[in-house]
Design a protein around this ligand. Structure first.
Ligand code: NA7
Length: 557
């Protein structure tokens, strides 16, 4: 093992949207010495790994970007309404070049452990190849959806063909021509992948456990007039993404579902369907708040599915959706339902015939055996907590994060965990994160963390830690915010951790809305970081001996 590198102030784990901006803020705004450690051979985070066929961003490109630099906004031009991974990677590379970020990123460097050394008030960070760093501040920028979930189906290792997970896609791509392909999973990813796989595979068999709603994305190249509009209105767009609950560049309608007549309602849904995208969800104010209101949107989409899909049995299986619309992450698609009208595509309804095992030749369900050359797992992620728990993170007194979160994640504002001083978690559980257009959530977190560290340095504070009481109250608030919506009614959603066997069922993202969350965070900071214990760690003493004057205040919720 190498000697510890103690010359850095801060380490950032991950070089996606979060890590790049966090590096820029800590290095160029605060003047800290910082390095980013990234497991992949290149930058991009989610977009480095998710290069499966059909992969696209579900946020509209003109809002899927950083807003901190006017110059950056003005010089970048997106080509499509929803960009594909190569274009997003080009954008992130442009950002990295413009701000000279690469020189402080170590690629192919996976962090395996991070232990808090109380005596030194430093994080002792270890990588897979044995490098060690001793730093004051540790920021995780590991993403919410980066720990791939490959379900442990019996016989998995016996399969004689090739297996791929969409979130670990080989950069060189996969040739599906002439192959019998099985796709397990019909979430946002599977819904994007199936139409593209069907175009090149000899046959595609889609294994569906839970039917999902989907609305057409209506992707298209961006016309010059639109680009011109965006160029002239960056401030306005920025204002919208910062003031709407989901950080998207459109506002949620004020009208409620039953404020309008049945005919008017259908016309509104029809127009939203034609327009496409996540905006469908914003057609009425109460779609995600009132079950009867939600039913009208659900019925509209189910009717569309039955109209599109010609085979009545397949249509029935696709439209047999058991949860409210948008209670699971709502996918958007390009010809997903139409794909089931192709001769080379079959839907297998796993509710009727569950998978029994994977065999050398394919997938065996209760009713049949499907011969396959390739299986694509579009089975999602151990979301939000998974990427953090993959690292052996230990806080004060050697407490493991895994132990601290045995009953589910506990954080204050999704930014810090009690018992883990100076550890900041960008888009951690308990923050809006996945319920928001991600770059908007990321920018807010990165800037808040930067301001917090600046505050510490200005005031000679060298230790910041979420107070246990504040985290407890915040956890209650996160739970209350979720239950004010229909989101918890999808009892099998990954928002609740329900997709991972044995994972505690806790609603993880903050559903109170990004704008409200931003106001809470700003208020906490304005009140001297209320709910955080700010202190000076005594030299040669354990860090929980804070200097006199450290405050534990109640959280600002
Ligand atoms: P999701 O949304 O978690 O979808 C995973 C899909 O895989 C979903 O249809 C699951 O069915 C299915 N699945 C998971 N495990 C199994 C097993 N064991 N057998 C059969 N089917 C299974 O992941 P995505 O990658 O699509 O999307 C993740 C996010 O990325 C997305 O929300 C966007 O934010 C971007 P289930 O519904 O659990 O019955």
């Amino acid at each position: 093992m190498n000697d510890r590198d103690s010359n850095l102030d801060a380490l950032v784990i991950g070089a996606g949207f979060s890590g790049l901006y966090q590096l820029l803020c800590l290095r160029d705004r605060l003047g800290l010495s910082v390095k980013v450690l990234e497991a992949a051979p290149d930058l991009g985070g989610t977009w480095y790994w998710n290069r499966y066929p059909g992969a696209r961003c579900d946020s509209e490109s003109h809002s899927y970007c950083y807003f901190f630099s006017k110059e950056l906004l003005e010089e970048w031009k997106w080509s499509e309404r929803y960009p594909e991974p190569p274009e997003i990677l080009r954008y992130l590379n442009h950002v990295a070049d413009k701000f000279d970020l690469r020189r402080d990123i170590c690629f192919n460097t996976r962090v395996t452990a991070a232990h808090y050394d109380g005596a030194a008030n430093r994080w002792d960070v270890v990588t897979e190849s044995g490098e060690r760093y001793l730093v004051r501040y540790l920021v995780t920028a590991v993403g919410c959806l980066s720990a791939a979930n490959i379900p442990q189906i019996p016989g998995l290792e016996s399969f004689a063909g090739r297996l791929y997970h969409t979130g670990q896609w080989p950069p060189e791509g996969v040739d599906f021509r002439g192959k019998r392909v099985g796709q397990i999973g019909t979430g946002s990813t599977g819904i994007q992948a199936a139409p593209v796989l069907a175009e090149s595979a000899a046959h595609l068999t889609v294994f569906q456990r839970t039917a999902q709603y989907s609305v057409p994305a209506r992707n298209a190249p961006l016309r010059e007039e639109f680009l011109q509009y965006v160029r002239e209105r960056h401030d306005e767009i920025r204002e919208v993404v910062r003031s709407t609950p989901n950080g998207h560049p459109f506002r949620i309608a004020r009208r409620k579902v039953f404020d309008v007549s049945e005919a008017e309602r259908q016309a509104i849904y029809e127009a939203a369907w034609e327009k496409g995208g996540l905006q469908f969800r914003a057609s009425f104010h109460d779609v995600l708040l009132d079950k009867a209101a939600n039913d009208t949107a659900a019925q509209f989409i189910k009717r569309k599915i039955r109209e599109i899909v010609k085979d009545p049995k397949t249509a029935q299986a696709l439209a047999d959706i058991d949860h409210p619309y948008a209670a699971k992450r709502p996918p958007i698609d390009t010809n997903y339902f139409e794909t089931f009208n192709r001769d080379n595509v079959t839907l297998v309804d796993l509710r009727a015939e569950p998978i029994e095992r994977i065999t050398p030749a394919g997938i065996k369900t209760r009713a049949s055996e499907y011969a396959l050359d390739i299986i694509v797992f579009a089975t999602g992620f151990d979301a939000m907590t998974g990427p953090l728990l993959k690292i052996d993170i230990r806080g004060r007194d050697g407490i493991a994060l895994r132990e601290a979160w045995a009953a589910g994640p506990s954080t204050y504002l999704g930014l810090q965990v009690p018992g883990f001083p100076n550890l900041f978690t960008v888009t951690g559980p308990g923050s809006p994160s996945v319920l928001c257009n991600m770059p908007v959530a990321i920018e807010q977190h990165v800037e808040w963390i930067t301001d917090c560290i600046a505050h510490m340095r200005e005031h000679g504070i060298d230790c910041c830690e979420a107070a246990a009481e504040a985290a407890e109250k915040w956890g209650e608030h996160v739970n209350t915010a979720a239950h004010a919506t229909l989101l918890p009614l999808a009892t099998h959603s990954w928002y609740l951790g329900a997709n991972i066997p044995g994972k505690p069922r806790v609603f993880m993202p903050y559903a109170g809305g990004m704008a409200r969350y931003r106001a809470i965070c700003d208020d906490v900071a304005a009140k001297g970081y209320e709910g955080f214990v700010m202190g000076r760690a005594k030299r040669n003493a354990t860090v929980n001996d804070f200097s006199a004057g450290a405050t534990i205040a109640s959280p600002g919720v």
